[in-house]
Design a binder for this molecule. Structure first.
Ligand code: XMP
Ligand code: MG
Length: 180
């Protein structure tokens, strides 16, 4: 079974759901007047985005970006390639970017600057996980669910070689899984 490959559960399903409800309530207040454009960063943000918007009791619009950083699986290079752009114009909109994790901050830094350049009215960031020790640029999310240590984590959207995104919790893999 997939769960036998997990060394440790860092954040349980229940803890995630409680936090998502709290974030959703905050965001409902923040955006009660503004019909925000909520932008999920594929693929990792998909489960978080899905749960989060259901906890936002306001009118909103959803859209998605798929970006990849040049570099390998575990280390991001800072150069960002757009795989799928938004369908919607951000001009004059309040944009909320939804991320699974901020590590170096390079991906998000690129997106924030891109949306400002495209004349968004405001750009804010909500991330489920924040790994501040990994930071290479000065970027602080407006809202973060949990701070995680500088360890590779999987589950609830986060993958290792495209697997484990469907775990309902955040965990750390057993070392033998990486060693194949
Ligand atoms: P940066 O470094 O640009 O990266 O903030 C954000 C993206 O890097 C990936 N990432 C991880 N993926 N477990 C993962 O499965 C991790 O511990 C991890 N740390 C960074 C992720 O794709 C994220 O969107
Ligand atoms: Mg990713």
């Amino acid at each position: 079974m997939m769960k036998d490959e997990i060394k440790e559960v860092l954040i349980s399903e229940e803890e995630i759901q409680t936090k998502v409800r709290e974030l959703g309530a905050n965001l409902s207040k923040e955006y009660s007047e503004s019909f925000p454009l909520v932008v999920g960063v594929l693929k990792g943000a998909m489960p978080f985005m899905s749960d989060l918007i259901k906890r936002m009791d306001i009118h909103l619009e959803v859209d998605f970006m798929d970006v990849s950083s040049y570099g390998n699986e575990m280390v991001s290079s800072g150069e960002v390639k757009i795989i799928k752009d938004l369908n919607t114009s951000v001009e004059g909109r309040d944009v909320l970017i939804v991320e699974d994790i901020i590590d170096s901050g390079l991906t998000l830094n690129y997106l924030v600057e891109l949306f400002h350049y495209r004349k968004a009215k405001s750009v804010k960031v909500v991330t489920l996980l924040d790994k501040p020790e990994g930071r290479k640029v000065d970027l602080t999310p407006d809202l973060a669910g949990f701070i995680v240590p500088d360890e590779f984590v999987v589950g609830y959207g986060l993958d290792f070689a495209e697997r484990y995104r469907n775990l309902p919790y955040i965990g750390v893999l057993k070392p033998e899984v990486y060693q194949g």
